[in-house]
Design a protein around this ligand. Structure first.
Ligand code: ATP
Length: 358
């Protein structure tokens, strides 16, 4: 027997908190994840006093959830971020990975026209590669583009976009993004030592995401692309809840296992109110460079069919091509050059510009 997020939220909606309302109705629950029998979430309160007052509610939530059939583990963290004084010239803390500062709802990023997230259900389907190439293709078509690498499990944008070095903050307040192929790039991978894993849980990630959006000199931008980690975890939830997102692009291969996960990703964005711009099919067709014979190692058309089933637009397909991998590995995305694959990315970019999405 498994438990659903809705069932957990129904329980949290019965737990009264000081000052009136319930944990759910007061919108205090963040980064809820239910995996198998493990339930994890964060209770976000404005200050230390509120955190102390929250202890009975936290204990009750734990006890009631642990008593549910199908729940094997309950992990709750109550977080009370430090409220920062503003307007006194104090430099914000540039140490990435701090706790988030309180905010009421999804906020825009000043000077950034549109924010688009690129996600996938499954890892390794080519989401980061698509994001890098799409960013370059949009820049080549005259858009002012930023690329935020939020893939905490494997930040690969610095390598793919050919940028390195630690971003500077000349005024001690705002980090300057690096620039590669006409795109402003910022990545958690540029801020932690090489080879070091990012092992943050919910609140730390929320703080880091806030900083990567609010303390980076992105403006002026027409569009900011965010390369998400695969799946439906804390980063996705945090971004959808805290940042005004204009749309999500979902990348998948036509393989059944990838499609099932892509469906989950679409479902998550829909529930969180982020518009689905559409799906992209990656690595479907392979054209043999010797004989020009086209094969479909992962199948073909599955993403288009899935998009139709879900009532989402199909944005286009990118073939499987050795050049895509090799150019990514050497820091020059294939979209920066010429040829049929660069054309495929350009086509995708043009479609987004024409529809007003980018
Ligand atoms: N169209 C393509 N043709 C050939 N190789 C590709 C293509 N798209 C991606 N790849 C290669 O597939 C591998 C996985 O791609 P990528 O890292 O972009 O996936 P991902 O979905 O972002 O993975 P993760 O989220 O797990 O980091 C890389 O080696 C990349 O070069």
């Amino acid at each position: 027997m498994t438990i659903s997020r809705d069932e957990v939220m129904a329980v949290l909606d019965q737990i009264a908190v000081e000052g009136g309302g319930t944990l759910a109705s007061r919108d205090l629950v963040r980064a809820l994840s239910v995996e198998g029998g493990a339930v994890r979430f964060v209770i976000e309160v404005p200050d230390a006093a509120a955190a102390t007052a929250m202890q009975p509610a936290e204990a009750e939530a734990r006890a009631r959830l642990e008593a549910l059939a199908g729940v094997s583990q309950v992990s709750i963290v109550t977080t009370a971020p430090t409220v920062r004084e503003s307007g006194r010239g104090a430099a914000p803390d540039l140490k990435i990975g701090r706790h988030p500062t309180p905010q009421t709802g999804p906020e825009p990023v000043p000077g950034v026209g549109r924010i688009l997230v690129v996600g996938s259900g499954k890892g390794g389907v080519g989401k980061s590669t698509l994001t890098a190439n799409l960013a370059v293709a949009l820049a080549r078509q005259g858009r002012r583009v930023g690329l935020l690498d939020a893939d905490i499990y494997g930040p690969s944008q610095p390598r793919m976009m050919g940028v390195s070095g630690r971003p500077e903050a000349p005024d001690g307040k705002t980090m300057q993004p690096l620039v590669g192929h006409g795109v402003k790039v910022m990545s958690l991978g540029l801020l932690v030592p090489d080879g070091q894993a990012i092992v943050w849980r919910g609140p730390m990630l929320m703080g880091a995401m806030q900083q990567m959006l609010g303390q980076v000199a992105w403006a002026p931008l027409d569009v900011l692309l965010i390369d998400l980690p695969p799946g439906t975890g804390d980063v996705q939830l945090t971004l959808c809840q805290k940042t005004r997102l204009d749309g999500a692009i979902i990348v998948s291969t036509p393989q059944d296992v990838a499609l099932i996960d892509a469906r989950r990703a679409v479902d998550m964005f829909r529930r969180l109110g982020t518009p689905i711009l559409g799906l992209v099919e990656n690595m479907a067709s392979y054209c043999c460079p010797n004989c020009n014979h086209v094969t479909h190692p992962f199948g073909h058309g599955g993403v288009r069919d899935e998009a139709a089933r879900m009532g989402s637009p199909f944005l286009g397909e990118i073939p499987l091509d050795l050049d895509v991998r090799m150019s990514g590995d050497r820091g020059v995305p294939v979209a920066a050059g010429e040829g049929p694959i660069a054309d495929a990315y350009a086509h995708l970019a043009r479609g987004l510009i024409t529809s007003g999405a980018a």
